[in-house]
Design a protein around this ligand. Structure first.
Ligand SMILES: [Zn+2]
Length: 502
């Protein structure tokens, strides 16, 4: 097989939403691809967040081999492409003289030099990148009606730029990612879901999530009209989405149980994010006043309340035994001094934790690192990962209260999507696959060998049996570039409104 491959990533896209929207007939392009090709739910990596998930998708490996366990490493540094210890799809194409265009894929900043083009998108520490200025933070908080069309337009603008590149350049692989399918359900889930505890009836916003999927379906249609029938088309996501109903603050729990000693900030007690959001939501005068403030003051206030730059690590007492970072309904716990007794103690006590409102336990699984990860970089993994019932979002930055109201009404789930269509691809629905299976499958579609150290397998998507060639291992090591404090701050600020750094 020797063909061109177009991959469109819809961050956070899930069949839980695609199926009902598709039945309504509002997603003609996605529905057609599903009908003509192969589709399967794609089980994400633990934790199911963009940084490790997209990295696993483009390397075919678990984090123990690629070294990306979250947006931050154990020292709290914001990770970037130079932390990756495995070759990605584009490096492998490069070795075979094939040309890749990779646009907006998380964890590609700073961009590597390859045969082709990498444009690194929203996790880039400056605002003049391919994505342009990104300002969802304060707008999504204050004026949800106004933020929505801006987000839509932002993705449409990206498409214009990407299509120009697609038409002008030569490529064997064109791979681009859109974030609307993550951002909009994160912020607007409670407007469509009547069973959500924070359901809000609103005529304009009730279809926000549906409208976002429509925009993405239109965008997909634009791409499809630019490629010939010989091109293979794949639509993927890195994880799914679902409602977030309550927040469990993991570091407050570690503090109360005596594992963590941490200094609390005064404004944390007076101006908690929940209080500020509540004030703005329920008092029109306060909202109007805030909106009248000059831009820089709004930004400053926002930063103070939401993207607390003094994160957990900078505030903990050196004698603390453990601390955590969080992602969706998972938390990564690191021990400051390796000690089996402490691990066992945390494991046992956290499983006894109950929601005071329901009296039910909320933690469903606790994993030690070697149960989830394997490979040369396992030492950098968290010592424990805890998993909660999915509608509990776990957060790590909030101290002072064990459970709180969610600031966003949607959060990540484990089930993403994989859809493929093209001349060699059969028709049908497959049983679920792992996100590790995407890279070996795409390499096989391109007629390239699969490195022997990949964790995934080639999916059975082909009409005829295809030879699967094996290649040598695909480890790589870059000179690690650490972002400056300012660069880290830009990224944190941009994404904290979406719950990425909390
Ligand atoms: Zn994502």
């Amino acid at each position: 097989m020797n063909m061109k491959l177009l991959v469109i990533g819809f961050d956070g896209a899930t069949f839980d939403l695609i199926e009902p929207f598709s039945k309504k007939g509002i997603l003609p392009h996605i529905s057609r691809l599903i009908a003509q090709g192969v589709s399967t739910p794609l089980i994400s990596v633990i934790p199911p967040v963009s940084a490790p998930a997209w990295t696993s998708l483009v390397t075919g490996k678990n984090p123990g081999k690629h070294n990306i366990y979250g947006f931050q490493d154990k020292d709290g540094r914001v990770v970037n492409s130079t932390f990756r210890k495995s070759k990605a799809l584009w490096n492998l194409l490069d070795e075979h003289g094939k040309r890749s265009i990779a646009i907006n894929i998380p964890m590609t900043s700073p961009p590597e030099r390859i045969n082709g083009i990498i444009k690194s998108g929203i996790l880039t520490p400056h605002e003049r990148g391919f994505s342009g200025r990104f300002q969802i933070d304060k707008e999504s908080l204050m004026e949800k009606e106004k933020a929505l069309p801006k987000m839509f337009q932002w993705e449409i603008n990206q498409t214009e730029k990407a299509l120009k590149i697609l038409k002008k350049e030569k490529w064997d692989l064109f791979f681009t990612v859109y974030h609307l399918s993550d951002f909009v359900p994160t912020i607007y889930w409670n407007y469509m879901d009547k069973t959500h505890p924070h359901y809000r009836a609103d005529d304009t916003l009730s279809t926000a999530v549906e409208d976002a999927y429509k925009v993405l379906d239109d965008i997909l249609g634009r791409y499809l009209s630019c490629v010939d029938s010989q091109t293979c088309v794949v639509v993927v996501s890195d994880h799914g989405m679902g409602p977030s109903k309550k927040v469990f603050n993991i570091n407050e729990w570690l503090r109360r149980e005596g594992f963590l000693d941490i200094r609390t900030l005064t404004f944390e007690k007076v101006l908690s994010p929940e209080k500020v959001t509540g004030l703005i939501k329920h008092h029109a005068i306060i909202k109007r006043f805030v909106l009248l403030l000059p831009d820089f003051l709004q930004k400053k206030g926002y930063k103070m309340v939401f993207s607390r730059s003094k994160d957990v690590l900078s505030r903990i007492h050196p004698e603390s035994r453990a601390y955590a970072f969080s992602h969706a309904h998972f938390a990564s716990i690191w021990l400051r001094k390796k000690c089996d007794g402490t691990l066992a103690e945390i494991e046992k006590r956290i499983q006894d934790l109950k929601d005071p409102d329901t009296g039910e336990p909320i933690i469903t699984r606790v994993y030690r690192k070697d149960q989830l990860f394997h490979g040369p970089w396992v030492d950098n993994a968290p010592d424990l990962i805890v998993e909660a019932i999915p509608h509990y979002s776990i957060r790590s930055q909030r101290i002072g209260t064990l459970f709180s109201e969610p600031l966003q009404s949607g959060d990540h789930r484990m089930n993403g999507i994989f859809i493929a269509s093209g001349p060699p691809v059969k028709t049908g629905i497959l049983k679920e696959h792992s996100i590790f299976d995407v890279c070996p499958t795409l390499l096989t579609l391109l007629g390239l060998p699969v490195p022997s150290d990949m964790d995934g397998c080639v999916m059975n998507i082909f009409k005829k049996e295809v030879p699967i060639k094996e290649a040598e291992e695909s480890q790589i090591e870059y000179h690690q570039k650490v972002y400056s404090k300012e660069e880290e701050e830009t990224i944190r600020e941009r994404l904290s409104a979406l719950g990425y750094f909390d």
